[in-house]
Each structure stands twice: as structure tokens, then as C-alpha cells.
Design a protein around this ligand. Structure first.
Ligand SMILES: Cc1cc2nc3c(=O)[nH]c(=O)nc-3n(C[C@H](O)[C@H](O)[C@H](O)COP(=O)(O)OP(=O)(O)OC[C@H]3O[C@@H](n4cnc5c(N)ncnc54)[C@H](O)[C@@H]3O)c2cc1C
Length: 392
């Protein structure tokens, strides 16, 4: 066994680093923590598209580059370490494309895959509802069959970037027979966000930033051909989709800059005549953090290895997301406890540390262990699917 990256993978990592260096030197893009979902730059996405780095791990027959998931993790790892602005294409590349490749009709693949690959449109996910987050089978948004189209009514919530998206990937109820087993009542469909009847309202997060929304659907007409995969099979399809959302290195590196700031802070800040980095208690905490980071990183590569071997991870993605997002929360918690109150100050305040970026990341971090499946629910998945501890 050779426990290392191949020569090609090492050289690909260098290529990605050079690409980032050049993009940073251009000084026209915003690099920040969470840039992969919060900063939408079509120009940056087009730059990546030219290199065929959107769809990097999609099969060649669907216009992708046909590389492995390990290559994809290498690329995303380098991008997220510097907070690259991937938000314009991220959801479509990670979930929509693979969802269409697995389940979509030829019509949908032909219509939607090329513009995703060319960074010509941006997407949002319309899954959660006020009464259906963890328990998505409680979804109430109704799609009624009207012959050549569906009439959709309902409300979605927490929809990241819905206010700037061209299309939404939605879970809707299509089987209205009350006797139907609840997991057989839903379908996935693509909704044009410019359709009449759609109202998108902002929700401001703890930072006062508008990134997610409520989406109201009132008599929205959706063509029949926009159903993805089999009718009433949406719940099962979405579980596969969610595994893509949960398995990436984006669940480890959402606040990568905090680690850099923390290391700098402990080396440059003195207490009792010596740098904090010489304090045994701090050294112990930092070493523990490093162990957890390395384990999380290794686990993400392990999951991509499973995908490259043709295996379908399931409880493994739950293990990875739980472990990695718990690390991210611990990183900011520990940083805040070491930096104290100045760490919380926002940009513009004279005492703010690292331009207020640490305090900003601290507030961003609150939902890390909730979005895309909360750790409590993921632990249930690990127990049931992984350890076969199903409840009777
Ligand atoms: C930053 C962010 C971005 C998001 N973006 C999107 C998006 O783009 N599109 C979209 O559709 N959704 C999005 N979401 C919604 C996200 O998927 C849901 O918040 C998540 O699934 C949890 O659902 P909920 O908020 O309804 O909480 P609930 O399901 O109500 O859970 C509340 C609490 O109860 C616990 N809980 C629930 N059920 C169980 C159980 N069976 N066992 C143990 N504990 C349980 C949970 O762990 C949690 O702590 C986003 C959320 C966040 C925070």
C-alpha cells in the first residue's frame, strides 16, 4: 500500500495553487471564509469553467472532466484554504449535476448540464420548510398534476442564494393519497425561479447578512418534464443527493482563516513575559485541535476514495460531516476563548483583531452543525445505517 497522493495528484494540487495565486494577484475577487457559498462571482466560476474544473469529477460523457473525487477534494481543499469565491457554481456542481447524471432524463441533462459546466446559471436548493427540516418527509409543498404541468403551492425556508438563483432544485409532494407510505409521496423537480407566483423574502442571519431566504410558491406552473427521476421517488433520490452535500472538505474548511489567525495570535501575543504559544495549557489545546483537523481531513479523503472505488458512502458521510463540523465549531470556540472579547469585535472597530474576521467566522459557525443535516440527526444515521442499531 502506498499511502500517498499520486504524482498526477501532487502536480494537480500545484496547478490549483498557481491558479489561485494568479486570481489573487488580479485583486478583483473576494476571498473570505464561507466564500464557497456566500460569494457569487460568475467571472471566477467562468475562469474555473475554462479549465474544466466545474464538473471535474463528472463523467466525460456528460461533459465533465472525468477525474476522481480525490482530485476534486484536492482542488476544493486548496480553494477553501483561501476562501475562494466558488458560490456561483458550487451547489450546481456538487449536487445538481450529479443528481441529473444519476436520475435525470436525457432532456433535463441536455438542457441543464452544459450551462452548469459553462457557469451560465446559478442554483438554490428548495428542500426545507417551516415544519420540515430534519424530517423532510413532513414536507407540505404540494404539486398537483394538471396534465402538461404541475401546479405548485407551498413555502420553503433557509434557501441559500434563492434571491439570486436562476433555478431551484425542489422536493415537493406529488402523491396525495393519505394511505401512501410517507416516503413514497415526494418527487424532485426543477423550478425556474423567475416563474410567476414565486416570492423570495430575505432572512438576515446573526451577522445581519442576507444569504438565505423564505420562498413562497403560489400557483407556480412547472412543466411535467422538469420532474427529476421517478415520480414519487424523490425522498430516496434526495438522500443520495444529500450524501454529496455532506461528504466534502467544505465541511472542514469553512472557517480556515481562523486557524491561521489563531496560530499567529498565540505566537505574537505575550502573557507574563512570554508568547502564549509557550503556555502548556494552550499548547495542549492546539495540539488536540491539530489531531482532530488531521483526522477530519483524512476521513474526507477516505470518503472520496470510497466514491472513486465505485462504492456509495452513506453512514460514512454522516461520520465525516459530524466530525468535521464539530471540529470547525471547536476551532472558533477555542479561538474566542483564547482571544477573549476583542476577538468578537467587528471590522471597523479600533480594537478588532484580524479585521474582525475571527468574530465574523465565530458568528457564521453557529449553524455549521445544523445545515445539511444536524449532528443529532446524523448520529441517528450512524447508529441506524452504520451500526445497524435500527429502532423497532
Ligand atoms: C446556514 C444554513 C443554510 C441552509 N441552506 C439551506 C438551503 O439552501 N436549502 C434548504 O432547503 N435548506 C437549507 N438549510 C436548512 C437546513 O437543511 C435545516 O436547518 C436542517 O435540515 C435542520 O432543520 P430545521 O432547521 O428545521 O431544524 P429541526 O429539524 O427542527 O431541528 C431542530 C433541532 O432538533 C434536533 N432534532 C430534530 N430531529 C431530531 C431527531 N430525530 N433526533 C434527535 N434530534 C433531532 C436537531 O438536531 C436540531 O438540533 C440551511 C440551514 C442553514 C443553517
Amino acid at each position: 500500500m502506498e499511502f500517498n497522493f499520486s504524482k498526477e495528484q501532487l502536480s494537480f494540487r500545484e496547478e490549483v495553487k498557481a491558479f489561485i495565486k494568479e486570481a489573487k494577484e488580479q485583486n478583483t475577487y473576494t476571498f473570505m471564509d464561507n466564500g464557497f457559498c456566500e460569494v457569487l462571482s460568475q467571472e471566477f466560476s467562468k475562469k474555473m469553467s475554462k479549465k474544466k474544473w466545474i464538473g471535474l469529477s463528472w463523467p466525460k460523457e456528460f461533459g465533465g472532466k472525468g477525474k476522481g473525487y480525490i482530485d476534486k477534494v484536492i482542488m476544493i481543499e486548496e480553494m477553501l484554504k483561501v476562501g475562494a469565491p466558488l458560490g456561483y457554481h458550487y451547489v450546481a456542481d456538487r449536487q445538481v449535476g450529479p443528481g441529473l447524471i444519476h436520475f435525470g432524463s436525457e432532456y433535463l441533462r441536455n438542457k441543464f448540464l452544459p450551462p452548469i459546466l459553462n457557469a451560465e446559471n446559478t442554483w438554490c436548493l428548495l428542500f426545507s420548510e417551516p415544519g420540515a427540516g430534519s424530517d423532510m418527509a413532513n414536507c407540505k409543498t404540494n404539486a398537483i398534476d394538471k396534465g402538461d404541468h404541475f401546479l405548485v403551492n407551498g413555502q420553503k425556508v433557509w434557501n441559500t442564494n434563492a434571491h439570486v438563483s436562476d433555478y431551484g432544485w425542489a422536493l415537493v409532494k406529488t402523491n396525495h393519497d393519505p394511505k401512501t407510505y410517507k416516503y413514497n409521496a415526494f418527487s424532485e423537480m426543477i423550478i425556474d425561479m423567475k416563474s410567476p407566483g414565486i416570492t423570495v423574502r430575505p432572512i438576515y442571519n446573526t451577522l445581519g447578512i442576507h444569504s438565505f431566504n423564505e420562498v413562497f410558491l403560489d400557483d407556480v406552473k412547472v412543466p411535467k418534464e422538469n420532474i427529476v427521476g421517478k415520480m414519487d421517488n424523490g425522498f430516496r433520490q434526495i438522500m443520495t443527493n444529500l450524501d454529496y452535500e455532506r461528504s466534502g472538505i467544505d465541511r472542514l474548511l469553512q472557517n480556515a482563516s481562523v486557524h491561521i489567525a489563531l496560530m499567529d495570535y498565540i505566537k505574537t501575543t505575550e502573557q507574563n513575559g512570554q508568547p502564549l504559544s509557550k503556555d502548556p495549557l494552550i499548547r495542549d489545546q492546539i495540539a488536540q485541535l491539530e489531531i482532530e483537523y488531521e483526522v477530519g481531513r483524512l476521513y474526507v479523503y477516505y470518503v472520496s476514495y470510497l466514491l472513486d472505488s465505485g462504492k456509495i458512502p452513506s453512514s460514512e458521510t454522516a461520520v465525516g460531516k459530524t466530525f468535521c463540523t464539530t471540529y470547525e465549531s471547536k476551532l472558533v470556540d477555542m479561538t474566542m476563548s483564547i482571544m477573549g472579547m476583542p476577538g468578537l469585535l467587528r471590522n471597523g472597530s479600533p480594537e478588532a483583531l484580524y479585521d474582525g474576521s475571527v468574530g465574523q467566522s465565530y458568528l457564521w459557525s453557529v449553524p455549521y452543525t445544523v445545515q445539511a443535516g444536524s449532528v443529532e440527526v446524523l448520529k441517528n444515521i450512524i447508529a441506524q445505517r452504520g451500526l445497524k442499531m435500527a429502532l423497532k
